[in-house]
Ligand binder design. Structure first.
Ligand code: HEC
Ligand code: HEC
Length: 333
């Protein structure tokens, strides 16, 4: 019964959202989004990675774990692989399993110890109250992706719509106790490898010509197979334009724009303070997508008001620089 009610509510929300997504989009946001489409990659059709049906026979390894899983097991949305059981306490059911046919395990995307991936979000070390607040905002629609077609965000909305308040609370408590590890390298380059769009982020396309980076952040998984296997020790490289990190530090310190000093709210070393979450050492493209979300109002609602003011004073290049800078810092919790 309750499930039927949830389904009906979800259907209603989806209808409202679909209607607003179809509303004619107006000038500035359309222009802004076409300028930053690179931050919302899809999936290249010719990528040589596993496509269903996945191999359920061959047992695969990752470098730092003694465990083995098949690719089919690694793609199980209700029992994602736990390569490193010793890095975390027992997962609550919502993180480990969710429920088949109703809700995916939070750990499928955010990984069992909350380290997250470039196309979703690091949850390790976020305050529990912030996690609950954001899932609620995603459920009610006051937070959505600036790019309506970005499929990782669509899947997160499904999770927010379907998980119960209790499941989210248990997950929030659990993830808030984890510590984020440094996994995102920020590298300044004019020219970068050719890439595939690999499902919300990029991977290197071997044997093809390199490409100019221009004014973009292009974030790659360092190893596509380990990424597909959901290895929480997998790492990422975000290529950023030369000079970004220094320019970003000046912006963060309030020296080159009208934007307030980031540390006033996000705390020393940008490690988070109250409901202003940590931004140090997190995926630069995740951070950038959020800044674009605040700028377009896709991330709206009362809680986002302080950030709306901040981004009003930032250009796209400023947001690239400050995301590169924050991503280059060590996560401090
Ligand atoms: C299918 C993959 C997927 C699943 C499953 C999933 N998430 Fe997410 N989650 C995402 C993505 C993608 C984002 C980024 C969304 C955006 O900003 O548009 C996100 C963002 C979040 C955020 C915001 C983080 C921040 O720093 O603001 C929270 C909190 C969160 N998820 C919690 C959860 C919880 C709790 C669950 C389990 C009930 C869950 N997620 C399940 C993909 C997923
Ligand atoms: C006046 C306080 C304030 C200032 C100044 C501020 N922030 Fe924030 N920031 C917040 C709050 C509060 C949130 C959470 C917003 C929400 O709940 O939607 C946030 C969220 C964010 C997020 C999203 C993080 C996530 O986990 O999704 C990013 C990225 C961010 N801020 C970057 C910055 C940068 C960069 C600066 C400096 C240029 C800055 N902020 C300055 C208060 C502030």
């Amino acid at each position: 019964m309750r499930r039927a009610v949830i389904a009906a509510t979800a259907a209603l929300c989806l209808t409202t959202r679909a209607a607003s997504a179809q509303a004619p989009s107006v000038g500035p946001d359309t222009a802004l989004l076409s300028l930053v489409r690179w931050a919302f990659p899809g999936q290249s059709k010719d990528i040589p990675s596993a496509k269903p049906p996945f191999d359920s026979v061959t047992l695969l390894h990752v470098p730092h774990s003694a465990r083995t899983f098949s690719m089919a097991q690694a793609k199980n949305v209700n029992a994602p692989p736990d390569w490193y059981p010793r890095t975390h306490p027992t997962m609550p059911p919502s993180v480990a399993h969710g429920e088949k046919g109703r809700v995916w395990a939070c750990g499928y995307c955010h990984l069992p110890d909350g380290q997250g991936r470039a196309e979703n979000a690091v949850l390790a070390g976020l305050p529990a109250a912030y996690i609950e607040q954001q899932v609620a905002a995603i459920r009610t629609g006051s937070r959505h992706s600036a790019m309506a077609t970005y499929s990782p965000s669509i899947r997160m909305r499904d999770a927010a719509d379907s998980a119960t308040v209790r499941e989210v609370r248990d997950a929030a408590r659990y993830f808030s106790r984890m510590r984020a590890r440094p996994r995102f390298a920020v590298v300044e380059r004019r020219t970068i490898p050719a890439t595939y769009e690999a499902g919300g982020l990029y991977s290197e396309r071997a044997g093809a010509d390199s490409q100019p980076l221009g004014q973009r952040i292009i974030e790659l998984t360092d190893n596509l197979e380990r990424h597909e296997l959901r290895d929480a020790a997998g790492t990422f490289t975000a290529y950023v334009p030369p000079g970004s990190i220094v320019a970003g530090r000046r912006i963060a310190q309030g020296k080159s724009t009208d934007a307030a000093t980031c540390a006033t709210c996000h705390g020393p070393a940008l490690g988070g303070l109250a409901l202003a979450p940590p931004i140090a050492g997190r995926s630069p493209t995740y951070l950038f997508r959020q800044l674009i979300g605040f700028k377009t109002g896709a991330r709206g609602g009362a809680a986002s008001a302080p950030m709306q003011k901040v981004v009003a004073g930032l250009s796209v290049d400023d947001m690239i620089a400050v995301s590169a800078y924050a991503g280059s810092l060590r996560p401090s919790r």
